[in-house]
Design a protein around this ligand. Sequence first.
Ligand code: ATP
Length: 219
Amino acid sequence: MPNKQYAVIGMGRFGLSVARSLSKLGFDVLAIDASEQRIQDVADYVTHAVAVDSTDEEALRSLGLRNFDVVVVAIGEDIQASILTTLILKELGVPQLIVKAQNELHGKVLSKIGADKVVFPERDMGIRVAHHLISPNILEYIELSNDYSIVELKAPAFAVGKNLRQLDVRAKYKCNVLAIKMDGELNISPNAEDIIKENDVLVIVGKNEHIADLELDYA
Ligand code: ATP
């Protein structure tokens, strides 16, 4: 597999974390920020780091960004700069453009002008923390769409020793158990006879309202 080339624009907390993580995973990363200071701070962690204003079309063109496989735009506060940058990158023909949105409206604009994926890190993390607060058993919460989510929850005491047929989350909550995580192993097609053990994690998919009922009972 050829090494994919990534560029990340905007070295705020989110952009920096994306750039450093990709770099740690062994990928080539070009980090871009308008601030010289931010570029100096990140230079040691990525393949290349350049101080450039990403609303400068010529500058982006001369960096050869269209040859990168994925470009991540992580400019949050300056919504105008985020939109202009996205538009320029789209016109340059970047194959995959992932953009961080500050709010729903910003996200809508980004989708309309051609962002391939719009991410809402603060909103999504807020949702996860809230679900974890409802119950520490809830380890992960991922919204699949406006209507459906996946939740990972630690099996509560009442579920231990029972099998999936006895728990019957399908009839009780209209949700499906996708997988059971146990001791670092994943059973991805659990059957009705599989018994839940202490510390098992259930991966469940369902409609948000049904997941909410299940979360309260499994809290
Ligand atoms: P986070 O919450 O992830 O820290 P944020 O949403 O607050 O980030 P900002 O601080 O607004 O994001 O911007 C992130 C970075 O983007 C900053 O380092 C800023 O210098 C950079 N940035 C803003 N505008 C531009 C631009 N036009 N070109 C390049 N970099 C930019």
